[in-house]
Design a protein around this ligand. Structure first.
Ligand SMILES: [Zn+2]
Ligand SMILES: [Zn+2]
Length: 109
């Protein structure tokens, strides 16, 4: 598992920008001690076994599932609708299909 270290000094220019290898101990920009951080949200991680924190992992899993649904052929319109409706839509997959059909009609006008 590839993990990241990052500078957690909000004022540092490396903050939320630069990832460091495991053998870096201190930030080359501000000199603060580097922490293991979530690759997505920069939350400080307790250990170096995971690349993403719990909430980002959950988000990514959901995203992955959505990508599979998209790949099944809902089309570009459905992607837009699903993206706009967000999480609620995920719980009503059939509605997404309906919404997608409506969206297609709108696009055709
Ligand atoms: Zn720094
Ligand atoms: Zn995260």
């Amino acid at each position: 598992m590839k993990v990241f270290k990052g500078c957690v000094n909000e004022k540092c220019e490396a903050y939320k920008k630069k990832h460091y290898r495991d053998d870096y101990e201190y930030c080359p920009f501000c000199g603060d001690k580097l922490e293991y951080v979530c690759a997505d949200c920069w939350k400080v991680m307790e250990d170096n076994s995971e690349k993403h924190c719990e909430s980002c992992k959950a988000k990514r899993e959901q995203q992955h599932a959505q990508n599979i649904e998209k790949a099944k052929g809902y089309g570009v319109a459905a992607v837009g609708v699903a993206g706009a409706v967000g999480k609620a839509a995920w719980n009503h997959k059939d509605d997404i299909v309906k919404a997608a059909k409506v969206a297609v009609k709108i696009v055709k006008k």
